[in-house]
Ligand binder design. Structure first.
Ligand SMILES: *Cc1c(COP(=O)(O)O)cnc(C)c1O
Length: 369
């Protein structure tokens, strides 16, 4: 049996990506930057509804530069969602700052606005990083309002939520800065890459400058600041331009995958889902279930699927439970811990056939027969 993946790269059947990459070859714009990079930035910015964007080597690099852009430095505190991938949090340490973790709300994977309010009574942070996990939107308008009340910038980690629209506005565009990832298993991919977006032109220009080794505008190589090599190559940006053309198709397919799981498990009381609210259109990057059972654990199901060459994955282990981060404060923590204990991400590969998804479903269902 062919392996069924959690989420794997899915190039367009039309071959858009190849055309843009081909153009890069023909113009010998293999070296960094060039037309594909500029166009990828402009096309993505227009699609999500923001004014400025800079293409970077990863989503992690984008978070790092967002933290720098809002002035996070040594000894500062940054509030960060605890239920996330470590890439949300690692850049806080690149800047020699300290995280305070914020628990998720019940009913969404994401930052609990009430816990955020609590945290503001205890600390004065330099920035807040909220995440839209698995493509479901956080209560980002409420989070933004709390940040504004406290005069603290908001960074939106939308690495998993490109295509998710909350109250008519794309996730990633609510914060002072938003970031997207084009890593291999994200909803669209450049094999590796990221994007930093903002309405703040100076901020994006500054980030682009840092990402290009902080080269001053001088004929000789003049440096007055520490820089990074964080730009996306023109070849990979070509893949990204092609992938943008099929983003909407990918979102549609992810949503159908999710709906099929919901329908399949509707009579199993012990399986539940975290679903989009009426105020959003989620991209459902990964379909995740919560299992309320003492005997049938996520791990048991993981093993059964694995034995059939089917990939699944536990929910992200909360950052406050990670050995490398567990000495830092957490506001709450039980909600994300329980999601971690009960949750499992199911195959959500947009190349998965209906028949393949039926196989996944029947293996899971067999536990309740
Ligand atoms: C993938 C991901 C990132 C990092 O993106 P990279 O492009 O892999 O560096 C950051 N945050 C979250 C929540 C992610 O899932």
């Amino acid at each position: 049996m062919e392996r069924i993946h959690l989420a794997s790269p899915h190039m367009s059947t039309e071959g858009y990506e190849k055309q843009y990459v081909q153009q890069a070859f023909e113009t010998n714009w293999i070296a960094p930057l060039g037309e594909n990079v500029d166009s990828f930035e402009n096309e993505l910015a227009e699609m999500v509804g923001t004014s400025h964007a800079t293409a970077l080597s990863s989503g992690t690099a984008a978070i790092h530069l967002a933290l720098k852009a809002v002035g996070v430095g040594k000894g500062d505190i940054v509030f960060a969602q605890t239920l996330t991938f470590s890439a949300t949090v690692n850049p806080i340490f690149y800047q020699h700052a300290t995280p305070v973790f914020i628990d998720s709300e019940i009913g969404s994977w994401n930052m609990d606005p009430n816990k955020l309010r609590e945290a503001f009574k205890l600390y004065k942070p330099k920035a807040v990083i909220a995440v839209h996990l698995y493509g479901l939107s956080a209560k980002i308008d409420e989070i933004k309002a709390i940040c504004e009340e406290n005069n603290v910038p908001l960074i939106e980690d939308a690495a998993e939520s490109l295509g998710t629209i909350y109250k008519g506005q794309w996730t990633g565009t609510y914060g002072d800065y938003g970031i997207f990832s084009f890593n291999g298993n994200k909803i669209i991919t450049t094999s590796g890459g990221g994007m930093l977006v903002s309405q703040n032109k100076d901020g994006i220009n500054k980030a682009r400058f840092w990402a290009t080794q902080a080269r001053e505008n001088a004929l000789h190589y003049q440096h007055e600041d520490i820089g990074y090599n964080y730009r996306l190559s023109n070849v990979l940006a070509g893949i990204g331009r092609g992938q943008l053309k099929v983003l909407e198709d990918r979102v549609e397919k992810k949503r159908r995958i999710f709906e099929k799981y919901v329908e399949a498990f509707k009579d199993i009381e012990e399986i539940s889902f975290i679903k989009e609210t009426s105020e959003e259109r989620a991209n459902y990057w990964l379909s995740a279930i919560l299992i309320d059972s003492d005997t049938i654990t996520p791990n048991v199901i993981f093993e059964a699927l694995n034995a059939e060459n089917i990939e699944s994955r536990p929910i992200w282990k909360p950052m406050h439970m990670q050995p490398v981060f567990n000495k830092y404060d957490v506001i709450g923590g039980d909600v994300s811990a329980s999601y971690f204990k009960k949750g499992l991400c199911l195959p959500s590969d947009t190349k998965m056939t209906l028949h393949e998804q039926d196989r996944v479903i029947s293996i899971i269902k067999s536990f309740w027969n």
